[in-house]
Design a protein around this ligand. Structure first.
Ligand code: NDP
Ligand code: MG
Length: 388
């Protein structure tokens, strides 16, 4: 039986690689739903190739264009975030891959869990913002969440067959990004173009900037906390520039299991889509002689303040990670518009965390209010001209 998948954010970096996996494994997968924000040309092309039952576009202004192309093919077409929330609950869907970026992933993920759909989770921001609510909803509905993020997939792969063994700690590896080893003074002048050049991974713009600022590793620590039910002291972060060891689990007898491989997101995407099975692939294999040294170093929390801020927000709990995430989304957007500098992203995040009122046990409504307030504060922190 083929698995019918919904790919939310099919036009993005993860989404297109997920479709590569589907293309490679036609006997295992069928596409039921594809969604995008506004890159409708690519979505149309994907829909013509994979013939989903339905597509959802974020940008309602482009609806007519998509209808002209896909309606004659018998594909249902919807637009807007409410439609996305409804579409993920469609009866035919067996697995929902959440590959949209940012806070926009929260509601559709909750809707999919509410409908009992297993989740392959790439959209880490969902767990950062609402990890407690999302994991609680998943437990109540007996829904599995399979991690797609390479580090979390690595941990998940190390835990296979070890479910009964408590975790002593995990080691999240970080590439260190393009600015590894730079001082704060050097970071003050780095450009958008430099920040967008990741040494090991080709990814969407937002996560590439998060990787350069190490915010990504902070978001991943929070993601790991919720996925694997960990305390702060059980999460260690180590910089490993080669990105070959994707993360490590240490058990209570001191044994460490690491998951390794060339950096290629197709592997964790496919594993999340086929767990517990591993399907054969023809992707390039790791060769030890090409990597004579795998190296490790401590992250520099003084230069990369975003990581320190994320870990503080994680310690604080409540709505703090939600506020951190919203402020960071605004900061990254402003940095990508070249409206603020690299280090100012941390200033925006720190100011927003210090300003938005703390809520210890937020409901979904509280989180929505915190997200909105944090975005307002983060934008206000910057010059009005920057927000135009
Ligand atoms: P991209 O920016 O490449 O793609 C994002 C996707 O989401 C696109 O399809 C985009 O549509 C869609 N989208 C964006 N905003 C909205 C919205 N408001 N409503 C509906 N759809 C929207 O991101 P990535 O693929 O890089 O990342 C996706 C997620 O996966 C992120 O949470 C990221 O942190 C995580 N991740 C990514 C990795 C990677 O290698 N790329 C690795 C690990 C995790 P459109 O194209 O139309 O704009
Ligand atoms: Mg990752």
């Amino acid at each position: 039986m083929k698995k019918k998948v919904a790919i939310l954010g099919s036009t993005g970096s993860i989404g297109t690689q997920a479709l590569d996996v589907v293309r490679d494994q036609p006997e295992h997968f069928e596409v039921e739903l594809l969604t995008c924000g506004n890159r409708v040309d690519l979505l149309i092309q994907q829909a013509l190739e994979f013939k989903p039952n339905a597509v959802v576009i974020g940008d309602a202004a482009r609806l007519a264009e998509v209808k002209d192309a896909l309606f004659p093919k018998g594909i249902k077409i919807y637009a807007g975030s409410d439609a996305l929330e409804q579409a993920v609950t469609m009866e035919g869907i067996d697995l929902v891959l959440t590959a949209l970026v940012g806070y926009a992933g929260l509601r559709p993920t909750l809707a999919a869990i509410g409908a009992g759909k297993p989740i392959a989770l790439a959209n880490k921001e969902t767990l950062v913002v609402a990890g407690e609510l999302v994991t609680k909803a998943a437990r109540e509905k007996d829904v599995d969440i399979y991690p797609v993020d390479s580090e979390h997939s690595a941990i998940f792969q190390c835990l296979a067959g070890e479910w009964h063994n408590p975790i002593e700690k995990i080691v999240l590896t970080a590439s260190g990004g393009p600015f590894r080893g730079r001082t704060r003074a050097e970071l003050a002048t780095v450009t958008k173009a430099q920040a967008l050049k990741h040494p090991n991974w080709e990814m969407g713009a937002k996560i590439t900037i998060d990787s350069a600022s190490l915010m990504n590793k902070g978001l991943e620590a929070i993601e790991a906390k919720w996925l694997f039910n960990l305390k702060r002291e059980q999460i260690e972060i180590v910089v490993h520039p080669q990105s070959i060891i994707h993360s490590i689990v240490q058990f209570r007898d001191g044994s460490m299991k690491a998951q390794m491989g060339l950096p290629d997101m197709k592997l964790p995407i496919q594993y999340a889509m086929t767990f517990p099975q591993r399907l054969p692939t023809t992707w390039p294999r790791f060769n030890f002689t090409q990597y004579p040294a795998l190296t490790f170093e401590q992250p520099d929390l003084d230069s990369f303040r975003n990581l320190a801020l994320a870990l503080e927000a994680m310690d604080q709990g409540g709505n703090a990670p939600c506020v951190l995430n919203a402020a960071n989304e605004v900061a990254v957007e402003l940095f990508l518009k070249e409206a603020i500098g690299f280090l100012e992203m941390s200033d925006v995040v720190a100011h927003t965390l210090a300003t938005v009122p703390f809520v210890a046990h937020p409901t979904l409504q509280d989180l929505e209010a915190s997200d909105a307030e944090a975005r307002r504060v983060a934008r206000e922190r910057t010059t009005p001209a920057w927000n135009s």
